[in-house]
Design a protein around this ligand. Structure first.
Ligand SMILES: NC(=O)c1ccc[n+]([C@@H]2O[C@H](COP(=O)([O-])OP(=O)(O)OC[C@H]3O[C@@H](n4cnc5c(N)ncnc54)[C@H](O)[C@@H]3O)[C@@H](O)[C@H]2O)c1
Length: 332
């Protein structure tokens, strides 16, 4: 008997990639799963069952319980129907896995506003709204143990690289949402954590800088298999988990916990207000860039920071020294 026997779960974006793996994992552990995915699949010249229906069928064929749902979760009201459907079909709701996400590549200067809105709608609003509608139900039932929410942030949200501005901001928002919702919902017995995954999928295979990392190794542990992320997701939903409000990463067999945006040791002015001159002089000794610019520990992907010669130029301007190099805009 699985650890989640009798539990009811919703997984969004569960037709493909990491979400599919999450849904199969929860079902294997005994949960009945509402498999949501708005994607459609066209095969053999005709319209085939979409990815949500395929995953639900796979679960049922293996002896589990599942229903498919093709809602687009990217608005405040749409996720309400997912909660209602889970309650109608299964009679309760214990686990919410917010996994659906999209990436659109714009910089802050090229962003159309339309792409920004769509990415926020799916990655952040949809995630917050599904927690909201689930929380409304949990509130109506009163406190109970064994409730869990697992959100999906990204290492790109915690250490933002350039070039996907809406994505990195939405995923940073998911990390903040996770921390705040964990505190707000703990009185109902709900644990809220987030994943910041790295795994082989349609999404990650489309990112050239991840090419090498995503390759299946000829031998040894396949570090980028989505199953590694789903094992962690399963822990976060299971009674064995003692965390709430934390963001977890998985890289093969290595689990890491992100720190919330931490503050560097401060400087003070001995109880006096700062003058501009004193402030500039005190800050002269502080490093201009964060010590770690990796997307995630051990993955050694440069997340992006202003190049050192540009930072040096800013330093010279601040000290009123001549600047010879000035090319910050084209550096990506
Ligand atoms: N793969 C990685 O390395 C990686 C890294 C960081 C974060 N993530 C995050 O993990 C999650 C899963 O990503 P993946 O890599 O499996 O991507 P994927 O593109 O393979 O799968 C995402 C699924 O979500 C579905 N979806 C998208 N928008 C939806 C919507 N509005 N409503 C319902 N379903 C929707 C898609 O149809 C797709 O099946 C995403 O939130 C992504 O941002 C992935």
């Amino acid at each position: 008997m699985g650890l989640l026997e009798g539990k009811i779960a919703i997984v969004t974006g569960a037709g493909r990639g990491i979400g599919r793996c999450h849904a199969l994992t929860l079902a294997r552990e005994g949960a009945a799963v509402l498999v949501n995915d708005a994607g459609t699949a066209i095969t053999g010249g005709g319209q085939d069952a979409g990815p949500a229906a395929q995953v639900a069928a796979e679960i049922i064929a293996a002896g589990g319980h599942a229903i498919a749902d093709t809602s687009d979760i990217g608005s405040w009201n749409a996720p309400k129907a997912l909660v209602e459907r889970a309650l109608d079909e299964f009679g309760r709701l214990d686990i919410v896995v917010n996994n659906a996400g999209i990436t659109l590549y714009d910089s802050i200067a090229t962003e159309s506003g339309e792409n920004w809105q769509r990415v926020m709608d799916v990655n952040l609003t949809g995630t917050a709204a599904l927690i909201h509608w689930a929380a409304r139900y949990w509130e109506s039932e009163g406190p109970q143990l064994g409730r869990a929410v697992v959100n999906t942030s990204s290492p790109a949200g915690t250490n933002p690289p350039p070039g996907a501005i809406s994505y990195v901001v939405s995923k940073a928002g998911v990390a903040a949402l996770t921390m705040a919702a964990a505190t707000e919902l703990c009185h109902l017995g709900v644990r809220v954590n987030a994943l910041a995954p790295m795994a082989r999928s349609r999404m990650s295979e489309a990112i050239p800088m991840l090419d090498k990392i995503m390759k299946v190794p000829e031998s040894g542990l396949d570090r980028m298999a989505p199953e590694n992320v789903s094992r962690l997701m399963f822990y976060l939903t299971s009674p064995a988990c003692r965390f709430t409000g934390r963001v977890f990463g998985a890289d093969g067999d290595r689990i890491y916990l992100f720190q919330s945006m931490s503050a560097e040791p401060g400087i003070d002015n001995g109880g006096k207000v700062w003058t501009q001159k004193a402030l500039a002089s005190a800050l002269e000794a502080v490093p201009q860039r964060d010590a770690s610019w990796m997307i995630a520990p051990n993955l050694h992907v440069q997340a992006g920071a202003p190049p050192q010669d540009v930072l040096d130029a800013f330093g010279r301007i601040a000290r009123d020294e001549p600047v010879r190099v000035w090319a910050p805009i084209d550096r990506r």
